[in-house]
Design a binder for this molecule. Structure first.
Ligand SMILES: Cc1cc2nc3c(=O)[nH]c(=O)nc-3n(C[C@H](O)[C@H](O)[C@H](O)COP(=O)(O)O)c2cc1C
Length: 192
């Protein structure tokens, strides 16, 4: 990427045109298809971001070179899987924040319900978000859990998984060393 690339973050809301069902936390087949496309296309365009869907509304944060983000947004406008697209914010950024994800999908998590409660909102209606709610929602997408879609889980891995494995391996090595030490001690005791 060019050193003088100017990055932007664009956040928009839209309404899904397909039945999104009860917000059960499982990923709808249409959403899975959107995520597959996003994760296939975005890396080639230097795009990253996050997608959230609740109560029939999409909330998507797109980051990357201005031309790529604006180009994708234009294409999104003619995607029949959603309608009523509205840009909620478009700002320059130094560097993309979602750089670990070509398109993170945050499931309809309890953390979002807590955010709505904090901002005294009864339902997920991103069209009515004020700037504070908007930036809280983007921060939450950054820190929130990531849903696993097929075999295309996005990093980072669940917290602690790697640590637990490393600790187990270290414990195994220590136990082997202790066993060898004990055998040696017994052998020495017998000899002397
Ligand atoms: C809510 C929503 C979010 C989407 N996000 C992306 C995206 O981040 N990147 C992308 O390439 N396509 C995204 N798409 C799909 C595009 O609208 C379009 O179908 C796709 O880019 C076409 O790519 P293809 O010709 O490689 O299939 C999204 C569609 C919807 C409905």
């Amino acid at each position: 990427m060019e050193p003088n690339t100017s990055f932007i973050r664009l956040v928009y809301a839209s309404r899904a045109t397909f039945p999104t069902g009860a917000d059960s936390g499982s990923v709808n087949a249409d959403v899975a298809r959107i995520l597959m496309q996003s994760r296939r296309n975005n890396p080639a365009n230097g795009l990253v971001g996050a997608l959230y869907l609740a109560e029939g509304c999409f909330f998507q944060c797109l980051e990357g070179p201005a031309e790529a983000v604006d180009g994708l947004y234009r294409r999104l406008g003619s995607d029949p899987r959603h309608r009523d697209l509205a840009v909620l914010s478009r700002e320059s950024i130094q560097q993309p924040s979602f750089s670990s994800w070509s398109m993170k999908y945050v499931p309809n998590a309890s953390v979002v319900r807590q955010l709505l409660e904090r901002h005294r909102l009864r339902s997920f209606d991103p069209y009515s978000f004020d700037p504070a709610t908007l930036s809280d929602m983007v921060a939450l997408l950054l820190s929130g859990p990531d849903a696993v879609i097929g075999d295309r889980a996005e990093p980072p891995r669940p917290a602690g998984t790697g640590d637990a494995l490393a600790i187990a391996r270290r414990a195994q090595v220590l136990a082997s060393v202790a066993l060898v030490g004990a055998v040696l001690a017994i052998a020495l005791a017998i000899v002397f």
